[in-house]
Design a protein around this ligand. Structure first.
Ligand code: SAH
Ligand code: SF4
Length: 359
């Protein structure tokens, strides 16, 4: 077996090499993190860009087996921010010099929804004089809808593949038209064609997921030539079908550790993409996001959803900061990011360098 140090010197990893890196421990693990930190610094710098996250609604038409706000969860307390509340949150991001916002919510389809998002995009652009960059994350839509939203001002889109393995995908989703693996893939291609910077990602530590699956996920992202990635640990939720398999899960700490390694390996494989430090990391470790920023991530999504709603956007248990107001988060984040050895790219969009290189 070749030593980890030799694998780290390569430009491309095989599936087996990725599996070795994901299993690394002790000094091998430290060597991986040291290398990914260096590659990050050399290629995207030690600057962290902010995307103010507005979780505008937890009303969702889908039934993903892992998610606490799935349609079938009758216990979820549903909410839908008013347009004014959304615009107020965007104004907060603008005044706080965050540079960008993410509009994220449950997946709905139809003209009313399309039009609402379209108008919100236009109004956010207006109120910020074009200063705020806007990322969308509202699931699978038609090409035409993606086109309209792009024209209205969104320029980045997050759509996790959740798992790039078709069989595992269908253990996480119902087998029906609304949850088609092929359609999700097609949506990623459509987003790319429309002109968006495209982000995808997976959950790490799912039941039935193996190191081979995770290696496949990283190879998938590389093959798709993504611009951005957001991936984080899977965290079980009691009111979901997957709860049944909780006994089979790795301990939270192990899922957390695996998520860090996934980020580190992806940074080595895709040196100039944007990698988000997922909120779910912080649900496991109070300084989880900062740890990810140290070893390869360069994007953070401070939650700026009005405090009263935050508790209801529970994709998973133990979501951090659900009881705080946005401003509290801002202050604590600044200190944390400086501690992680990074600077904050205030007032900048912080677009994916990889996207710029490709175009
Ligand atoms: N409805 C949109 C956006 C909101 S969900 C969509 O599905 O794309 C955003 C992400 O939350 C999902 O992509 C999923 O990866 C993550 N998520 C959902 N449930 C989770 C859980 N139990 N643990 C960790 N992440 C979860
Ligand atoms: Fe809806 Fe997204 Fe949750 Fe699936 S993951 S149920 S699409 S909010």
């Amino acid at each position: 077996m070749i030593p980890i140090s030799e694998i780290l010197d390569k430009d491309n990893f095989t599936r087996e090499e990725i599996i070795r890196l994901l299993a690394s421990e002790n000094e091998d693990r430290s060597a991986l993190f040291a290398r990914s930190a260096k590659v990050k610094e050399e290629n995207v710098g030690n600057i962290v860009y902010f995307r103010g996250l507005i979780e505008f609604s937890n009303i969702c038409g889908k039934n993903c087996f892992y998610c606490g706000i799935r349609k079938g969860n009758k216990k979820a307390n549903r909410y839908n921010l008013t347009d004014d509340e959304i615009l107020e949150a965007a104004r907060f991001a603008c005044e706080s010099n965050y540079g960008s916002v993410v509009l994220q919510g449950g997946e709905l389809e139809g003209e009313a929804f399309t039009l609402r998002i379209e108008r919100l995009l236009q109004r956010i652009k207006e109120l910020s004089d074009g200063r705020l960059g806007i990322t969308l994350s509202v699931g699978e839509q038609t090409r035409e809808v993606y086109r309209r939203w792009y024209a209205a001002g969104a320029h980045r889109y997050l759509l996790r593949i959740e798992s790039s393995d078709r069989d595992l995908y269908y253990r996480m989703h119902p087998r029906d038209k609304k949850h088609s693996f092929e359609r999700r893939l097609q949506a990623l291609y459509d987003l790319r064609d429309t002109g968006y910077q495209v982000g995808t990602g997976v959950m790490i530590g799912l039941p039935f997921q193996t190191p081979d699956h995770l290696a496949g996920d990283l190879l998938f992202m590389k093959a798709l030539d993504i611009d951005m990635c957001g991936m984080g640990p899977y965290i079980e939720h009691a009111d979901t079908p997957l709860w049944e398999y909780r006994d089979q899960l790795q301990p939270l700490e192990a899922r957390f550790d695996l998520a860090l390694k996934m980020i580190a390996v992806l940074r080595l494989m895709m040196k100039t993409i944007n990698i988000a430090s997922a909120t779910a990391l912080q649900a496991i470790d109070p300084i989880g996001r900062e740890k990810a920023l140290k070893i390869g991530a360069n994007i953070i999504m401070p939650n700026i959803t009005p405090g009263v709603y935050r508790d209801d956007y529970k994709l998973y248990e133990n979501k951090p900061c659900t009881d705080e107001e946005a401003a509290d988060c801002k202050n604590c984040l600044e200190a944390r990011i400086h501690m992680s050895g990074n600077k904050i790219g205030y007032d900048q969009w912080g677009d994916s360098l990889h996207f710029k290189e490709r175009n």
